[in-house]
Write a protein that binds this ligand. Structure first.
Ligand SMILES: [Zn+2]
Ligand SMILES: [Zn+2]
Ligand SMILES: [Zn+2]
Ligand SMILES: [Zn+2]
Length: 276
């Protein structure tokens, strides 16, 4: 008779208590807390409070120093990759030339032999041996044998053409240094947040949607943008005009509430539930 206790391991199914004991068992789901999200006034690269903010065309925020450093590193990497690609192309070309030359020489030799007429017997024996051995080699080369040094296949090293464009480290879209927009935030009066909307004095958090005006770099909240600034076509702070396309919606981090900017609120860790 099995023992009926919560630590019973004789039954054919797992009890809730046993599942709890196995922390890595099955699919784990966990709701992300506020500390898992980047707060609105933080740089996407260094995750510290933003300094001399710059925004890309898709609204990702960075410190000036961080994004400049990142783009310079990307440019150096592109230069290095292109140099390697050039060397690879030159090597491929020289290999192709050598193969072509060998082919041509072989065909010329065959033609010479044909033109010379009848070959002497020893030569013919040698040549037949040679053809036999070369045929064997050819046959053997069809099969890759990793345990025989002469038959080990060469690894084909193919190199893809490296991209010439620098990319945004946050959104992975093509981005150039000259397309970065300088952001002029209005400092917040509230000590818990860093920036606020200059129109309604509401602090910017991850829950708010901020609009950046491209010509002057001032940032307002979305309600103020829709109700006041969008139609007047001039900045509230500096009165500078802008066209209907000269604005960017700034990307913010998550809030922990469903339906905000469509970010996923749950992480799922898949682990095997049973070994078969
Ligand atoms: Zn930074
Ligand atoms: Zn971006
Ligand atoms: Zn506002
Ligand atoms: Zn302005």
């Amino acid at each position: 008779m099995p023992r009926h206790a919560k630590n019973n391991t004789a039954s054919s199914f797992f009890t809730a208590h046993e599942k709890q004991q196995l922390s890595e068992y099955g699919t784990q789901k966990k709701r992300l807390g506020k500390e898992s999200f980047r707060s609105f006034d933080c740089c996407s690269l260094c995750l510290k409070t933003i300094e001399e903010a710059k925004a890309c065309q898709k609204g990702h925020l960075f410190c000036k120093e961080c994004i400049f450093e990142n783009l310079l590193a990307q440019k150096a990497k592109i230069k290095r990759e292109q140099k390697l690609y050039k060397q690879y192309l030159a090597r491929m070309q020289s290999e192709k030339d050598a193969a072509d030359r060998q082919k041509e020489e072989a065909s010329l030799e065959a033609f010479d032999k044909l033109e010379c007429g009848v070959l002497n017997t020893t030569d013919s024996v040698n040549s037949s041996e040679a053809t036999n051995s070369s045929g064997r080699e050819k046959h053997a080369k069809k099969f890759n044998a990793f345990w025989m040094p002469s038959l080990t296949p060469d690894a084909k090293m193919e190199m893809k053409k490296p991209s010439k464009h620098t990319r945004c480290p946050e959104g992975n879209h093509p981005m150039k240094l000259k397309h970065l927009v300088t952001v002029k935030f209005t400092p917040s009066l509230d000590s818990s947040t860093k920036f606020q909307c200059p129109v309604c004095s509401k602090s910017f958090t991850n829950a708010s949607t901020a609009i950046l005006l491209k010509p002057c770099g001032h940032v307002v909240c979305k309600p103020c943008w829709t109700n006041l600034i969008k139609d007047t076509r001039s900045c509230y702070t500096c009165q500078k005009g802008f066209t209907s396309e000269e604005f960017i919606q700034l990307a913010s981090g998550g809030t922990g509430f469903a339906g905000h900017h469509g970010e996923s609120l749950e992480v799922t860790k898949l682990s095997p539930a049973a070994w078969v």
